[in-house]
Design a protein around this ligand. Structure first.
Ligand code: MRU
Length: 359
């Protein structure tokens, strides 16, 4: 996707052929800064500190982290896989990407590992970009059908499930980009997504860069707009979908699903195959929910009028804060899933029909 007319992916190999470039997403939207990763610890830090975030992108950067590690010391494969897997717990794409690296590398002689690890990381990145493009194709008819009736379509989305969260295109935003490019009048309500503001900072940045009409709203405003007929459809991304169709996503997604159900607004979830975790049945009971620093709740970062990036405290001194980063939306609240293979119900049977090899 494009920034100022130039096409980028969210992770790419440097022209030196071995180091790996990412955008520092903690600096967006104020500064577009590229970080050059030269070692696996730097890749692990980028994931942990959320310089890169979003389930599919975490997986791709971890895969490149393995490649960087194999250049340094190919004997340390198991150790590095374990360390990278511990960087963030909720998105299953991380383990999926590391499992692919493990499968490709573990039987190889040490001297062959680095080249193969780079090839696998590139395959994972290319697969994600193409998968997300197809998710867009499969979600587009939902938006086109609403626009056909109403002349336009109002979508609400939560967090950032755009190209910055994947390698390219995004998941929830891919149908929106494709609808926009097809000339459909699509407008997006962007939940700010406290505490880290991925909606206000990243989704708004992306949509603006692509020329898609959008309005940032406080997280609590979505229900109000649904009651007043201002939301035609909700589309969100996800960090893990269980065998039974339960959906883990950014904290606050569950409340949006409840409001959507109460107001008869369709609630769709967009996901690539790498986000499916068929070993888990009950999302609420079984998906590990990342607990992040209370400082993300007590403090906010923004740009001052004279251009400085500053962090200020917004909570009274001494008040404790809690910060679960994700929640689980039970399958019963999900209208359907948009995947690279098509759309389906959020049920075990429908998922197995679409992905029989995962049975
Ligand atoms: O904590 P984050 O920013 O990594 O959370 C991201 C999300 O919750 C996204 O909605 C999800 O990863 C889907 S990304 C296509």
């Amino acid at each position: 996707m494009k920034i100022n007319g130039v096409s980028y992916r969210s992770v790419w190999l440097d022209s030196d052929g071995w180091s790996v470039n990412i955008f520092d997403q903690t600096k967006l939207p104020w500064q577009v800064e590229v970080i050059r990763l030269t070692g696996w610890e730097q890749a692990a830090h980028a994931i942990r500190s959320m310089q890169v975030r979003g389930a599919p992108l975490i997986g791709a950067v971890a895969a490149y982290g393995v490649a960087l590690a194999m250049r340094e010391d190919p004997a340390k494969l198991d150790e590095i896989l374990e360390a990278l897997n511990e960087t963030r717990p909720t998105a299953i794409n991380l383990r999926w990407a590391l499992d692919r690296q493990r499968a490709r590398l573990h039987n190889l002689p040490l001297e062959a590992r680095a080249a193969e690890a780079y090839a696998e990381a590139a395959a994972i990145a290319d697969d994600d970009a193409e998968t997300c493009r197809r998710i867009g194709e499969n979600g587009l008819p939902l938006l086109a059908a609403i626009a056909e009736k109403k002349g336009r379509v109002n979508v609400l989305t939560h967090c950032n499930a755009g190209w910055l969260a994947t390698v390219d295109w995004g998941t929830a935003l891919s149908p929106i980009y494709q609808a926009h490019d097809a000339g459909i009048d699509v407008r997006v309500w962007v939940d700010e997504t406290r505490p880290r503001n991925q909606g206000a900072a990243l989704t708004a940045f992306e949509l603006g860069a692509h020329g898609v009409k959008h309005t940032v709203i406080a997280d609590n405003a979505g229900g109000h707009y649904m009651q007043h007929g201002e939301v035609d459809i909700v589309i969100v991304g996800t960090d893990r979908v269980t065998r039974t169709g339960d959906v883990a996503n950014k904290i606050g997604t569950y409340l949006k699903a409840l409001a959507a159900k109460d107001n008869g607004v369709p609630f769709w979830v967009a996901l690539p195959h790498s986000t499916l975790d068929m070993r888990v049945r009950d999302g609420v009971a079984e998906i590990p929910i990342e607990e992040r620093s209370d400082a993300e709740v007590t403090d906010m970062t923004g740009r001052t009028a004279d251009g400085r990036i500053e962090t200020v405290r917004v909570v009274s001194a001494g008040s404790p804060a809690a910060n679960p980063a994700f929640d689980v939306t039970p399958a019963r609240l999900v209208t359907g899933l948009i995947t690279e293979r098509g759309r389906c119900a959020a049920t075990e049977q429908a998922l197995l029909e679409l992905y029989p090899e995962k049975g």
